[in-house]
Design a protein. Sequence first.
Length: 214
Amino acid sequence: MLLCSIFQTRLFSEIELTKVPMSAKKVIILGASGNVAKHVIDILTKEDHIQLTLFLRSAKRLKNKDISKARIIEGDVLNYNLLKEAIKGQDIVYANLAGELEAMAKNIVKAMGETGVKKIIFITSIGIYDVPLSSLLRRYRYAADVIEASNLEYTILRPTWFTNVNEIDYETTRKGEPEKGSVISQKSLATLITKIIESPEKYVRENLGVNKPN
């Protein structure tokens, strides 16, 4: 009976291990309670090869139906030690933040540098290269400048204003090209983000505007 029990336990453990692929991709979402992040989480939680960490100030703000497979960390990106510990061991950082963005960007860059994590997807805003620059967009511009000045494999996304329309329809423009359109659905931006997570070699050190085609 003892041998049978040991065998069953060992077999169960082996079955459990097969549920997590050896090549699982570790992704951390900073600002995981945001509306776009919600769509990203809904997509990624369906993928067995993604190990997801959700970093946010309060887990109560999560709107997703199923986050049972995700690791949740409550914290502030401005808390450097906590942020660094959360980023350590990740493959990709996706940051969808609000607030003191320049200081947050500096913390993220430092933490990624010290932990050896290279890939980041950072969300800013349309209009951050307008002249004159709107005071409302300065924090987004300064944060983008911090990310671009780093040695990270970044993809900066500058979406137009969000809609809740249930559609996937977007196009991108590169930095220096005229920004197009005025809106984009949250689902469209989330789809682009997940595509970059799936293929992180795409758009390396690129700064892209994202909009719904006119």
